[in-house]
Structure formats: structure tokens, C-alpha cells
Ligand binder design. Structure first.
Ligand code: NAP
Length: 315
């Protein structure tokens, strides 16, 4: 300990990095704490077509994030590669206890985002990394020329299913309803992809195999009919990718006095204030209607400006 920062930012996704950029430009002493790689969920997103200005062919989540990280460095943000264990958010000085060190600041911006929601079927845990994945960019190459199933019907499921068709022989999207939630522009591209198939009104109930994923039972939610799929004998396995939404990373804020909704998202006002003075929340961890890179970045900018006002006494 020792140094008391103006602001500690928890998480280096688009929300946290935008907050870092604005805090750095305001000459606030800023520490960004991130436990793994920068980018949060977009670190594993192959294509970003809806961030303003992101129009260059071949641009990906990681390339956009790399530029955001560089901008934060340029404006003097300090970095800690550490995992937060607990936080004390009340009072004038906030304390963030991590695995390696303990840090203190006058304010905290929470930008810890969310993680993939498990499919919730029998055998899922057992076959994680042995056929079950939540990241196409990370694992698609393991399924070169094999069959792959994608669970979900939102933007992530359909985008990632299309990405998987670059590697897999055949990709089938398993969706619990008979129409997709994904944006129309994404659907249009998906329906034109001749390696992409759809299994409607269906949920995965069980995954099985001998060490690796070889068998899947799917239930038709309308008829109740159960169908079992087995890996092609020559293949020996298939893949199942889950993209059914996110769960907020807010476990560490329980019992800190921070208000959260029933699902663990943090409510804020339009200026990102939480219920605790000097504590702000940005990005996917917030209660909000649209969770996108552009909205996370906007939240981060707003929060940092509010931190500046709080520290410099105009609030
Ligand atoms: P999402 O939009 O919440 O969609 C989740 C999908 O999973 C829905 O189709 C939902 O079905 C299904 N689902 C939820 N729980 C399920 C369960 N227990 N069993 C089976 N299916 C289940 O989540 P997302 O696709 O991860 O996207 C999250 C946010 O990121 C969204 O705001 C999205 O726009 C954004 N995003 C954008 C892009 C892009 O624009 N390129 C890419 C990825 C993500 P129902 O439809 O029946 O509810």
C-alpha cells in the first residue's frame, strides 16, 4: 500500500479502458486492475462491425482493444495485473485487496463486466475443454473439419457460429425458440451461409462421451421428444459452443453495501453513480438496455468525468 490513487478502475474491457483514457486525460492518478488479458468479452470476439469507425476489413475485438490499451498508457494510467479478492467501498478512501497487493483510492470505477452463462445441461462441466467451449476465437481450430453445435440465438451465437464455419465441416445452431434474437443484418448473413444449419425449439439436456464429447441429447421443447446425436465414427468427437448470454462479475461486491439487482447487475444513475459516493459502475455490469462496446465506452467516459468533478470538489 502507500499511494492513494485518485481512481482505481476494476477491469480493462472497453468500459474500463475508456474510463482510463478520460481519467488519464484529466490528469487523475489512475490505476487499472485487470486479472487476465485486456478486452473482457471482446478479447474473444472475432469481428466487430458495429463500433463506430470500425470499418477496416480484418479488424477484430483484440485489435480494437490493443489501441484502447495504448491510449490509456499514453495518458499515464498505471496498470496492475492482479485479481481482486475483496473491496471496501464505504468512506473517503476505498481499499481494493488483490491476490498480490492491496491498493487504495479516493474513488472506484467498477468495470468488471460479465462472463458466459453456462448451458446448464448434464455433463457440461465434465466436458469443458474436451468438446465444450464458450469461445469460438479461442477454440475453433480444434474443430477443423469436424461437426460443431452452437447453443443460443442472440448476436453472439449467430456471429460465432458463422466464424466457426471457417473451420468446422458443419455448424448447427440449437435455439430454444423458432426465431433468432440476433440483429436482422446478422441473420441475413447467417441464412446465406451454406455450412450453417438451425435446430429450432430445442435445448441440450445432456452431454456425454468417453473422455471427450461424443454424444448429445437434445429435447424438442414443443413435443418433448428427445434426440441423441453421436459423433461421426471417423471424427470421434464433436464440439458444443455455448452462447446464451452473460452473468455479471459482481460476486465480490456482495456485502459491501453496493446495491445490485436480483441478477447481480449494478444500478446507476445516468452519470454512472452507484448508491455509494465515489463508486461508479460502467459497461456490462450495469443495469442497462444495450450491452455493446460503444455503450460501455460511453459509460467509461461519463464515469471518469464524474470522478474528476468529485475529486476536484465541484460535486
Ligand atoms: P443475448 O442477446 O442475451 O442472447 C442470448 C440468447 O441465448 C437468446 O437467444 C436466448 O434465447 C438464449 N438463451 C438464454 N438462456 C438460455 C438457456 N438457458 N437455454 C437456451 N438458450 C438460452 O446474449 P448474447 O448473444 O451473448 O449478446 C449479449 C449482448 O452482446 C447483446 O447486447 C448483443 O447485442 C451483444 N453482442 C453483439 C455482437 C455484435 O453486434 N457483433 C456480438 C455479440 C454480442 P431467447 O432468444 O429465447 O431469449
Amino acid at each position: 500500500m502507500g499511494k492513494i490513487y485518485d481512481v482505481i478502475i476494476l477491469g480493462a474491457g472497453p468500459g474500463g479502458l475508456a474510463a482510463g483514457l478520460y481519467a488519464g486525460r484529466a490528469r487523475l492518478s489512475t490505476l487499472i486492475i485487470e486479472k487476465s488479458q485486456d478486452g473482457g468479452q471482446i478479447a474473444i470476439t472475432d469481428s466487430i462491425e458495429n463500433y463506430p469507425g470500425q470499418v477496416l476489413e480484418g479488424e477484430s475485438g483484440p485489435s480494437l482493444i490493443a489501441r484502447m490499451t495504448k491510449q490509456c498508457e499514453k495518458f499515464g494510467c498505471e496498470r496492475a495485473a492482479d485479481t481482486v479478492k475483496s473491496v471496501e467501498l464505504q468512506g473517503d478512501i476505498k481499499t481494493v485487496t488483490c491476490v498480490k497487493e492491496t491498493y487504495q483510492a479516493k474513488t472506484v470505477i467498477i468495470a468488471t463486466g460479465a462472463y458466459p452463462r453456462p448451458i446448464g445441461c448434464k455433463g457440461e462441466q465434465e466436458f469443458m475443454g474436451k468438446g465444450v467451449s464458450y469461445c469460438a476465437t479461442c477454440d475453433a481450430n480444434f474443430f477443423e473439419d469436424l461437426e460443431v453445435f452452437v447453443v443460443g440465438g442472440g448476436d453472439a451465437a449467430v456471429e460465432e457460429a458463422m466464424y466457426l464455419t471457417k473451420y468446422a465441416r458443419k455448424v448447427t445452431v440449437i435455439h430454444r425458440r423458432n426465431e433468432l434474437r440476433a440483429a436482422k443484418s446478422i441473420q441475413e448473413r447467417a441464412f446465406k451461409n451454406d455450412k450453417l444449419f438451425f435446430m429450432w425449439d430445442s435445448v441440450v439436456v445432456e452431454l456425454d462421451g468417453d473422455e471427450i464429447l461424443q454424444k448429445m441429447t437434445v429435447k424438442n421443447v414443443k413435443t418433448g421428444e428427445l434426440t441423441t446425436y453421436e459423433a461421426d465414427e471417423d471424427d470421434g468427437l464433436f464440439g458444443v459452443f455455448g452462447f446464451i448470454g452473460r452473468v455479471p462479475n459482481s460476486e465480490i461486491f456482495k456485502d459491501t453495501g453496493l446495491e445490485m439487482d436480483a441478477a447481480g447487475y449494478i444500478p446507476t444513475d445516468a452519470d454512472m453513480h452507484t448508491n455509494i459516493p465515489g463508486v461508479y459502475a460502467v459497461g456490462d455490469i450495469r443495469v442497462k438496455s444495450l450491452r455493446q462496446v460503444v455503450t460501455a465506452a460511453a459509460d467509461g467516459a461519463i464515469a471518469a468525468v464524474q470522478v474528476d468533478k468529485y475529486i476536484n470538489g465541484s460535486l
